[in-house]
Design a protein around this ligand. Structure first.
Ligand SMILES: [Fe+2]
Length: 199
């Protein structure tokens, strides 16, 4: 018979594996970022992530269990997609927006998982685990929020503005892009300004 405690320990092993994979993946992601603030945010979250590995070991200990990981297929998949998008957008003005989106998918997965683990630790009446999981959950939520702020303040604008600047300055390229049908149909802010100035 499998009970809530089995489910809890199973999910804990999943997150232990996920965090260890993230410790390896985040430095690569930071290196791929060309926005200084994004790089700094990823590095700051790397430090927290190392702390999450330690905290999860303490959670295992609080249940008198040895820490063990179980391959987190979701994180494997999310990181693979992150690698792909980083390779696809390397050297492009949208690279930072692409990295933010990849990182936020991981954060949302972690927030969902730690939300459940935190709730279950309460039902299993392990206050030490509740406290540790609460700390991790808060850090994941804060990391997600700072990614949203960075996207809004810098990365999304950079992706939008610089690509338009290039298109406006390069007619031949603009035409070929137009024909391929991949140009956004909504005129950008910068493009609208350029049009206004020329009138
Ligand atoms: Fe984490």
């Amino acid at each position: 018979m499998k009970t809530l405690k089995n489910l809890f320990l199973d999910e804990l092993a999943d997150m232990y594996d996920a965090e260890k994979r993230l410790v390896k993946a985040l430095p690569k992601m930071a290196k791929a970022a060309t926005c200084d603030d994004l790089r700094a945010a990823i590095r700051a979250h790397l430090k927290e992530t190392e702390g999450h590995v330690t905290k999860l070991e303490q959670v295992f200990e609080s249940f008198d269990e040895n820490a063990k990981g179980k391959t987190c297929e979701a994180t494997v998949g999310l990181l693979k997609e992150g690698d792909e998008i980083a390779a696809d957008f390397k050297g492009s003005p949208a690279i930072n927006a692409a990295l933010v989106s990849a990182a936020q998918k991981v954060e949302h997965y972690e927030i969902a998982s730690y939300g459940c683990l935190h709730e279950w630790a309460g039902l299993l009446e392990n206050e030490e685990a509740v406290g540790l999981l609460q700390e991790i959950l808060e850090e994941e939520k804060a990391a997600n929020e700072s990614l949203t702020e960075l996207a809004r303040s810098t990365c999304n604008q950079q992706a939008l503005g610089e690509s338009d600047a290039k298109e406006v300055g390069d007619d031949a390229n603009e035409k070929s892009v137009k024909r391929s049908g991949s140009r956004p149909s909504v005129p950008s802010r910068k493009r609208a300004e350029t049009l206004r100035e020329s009138n």
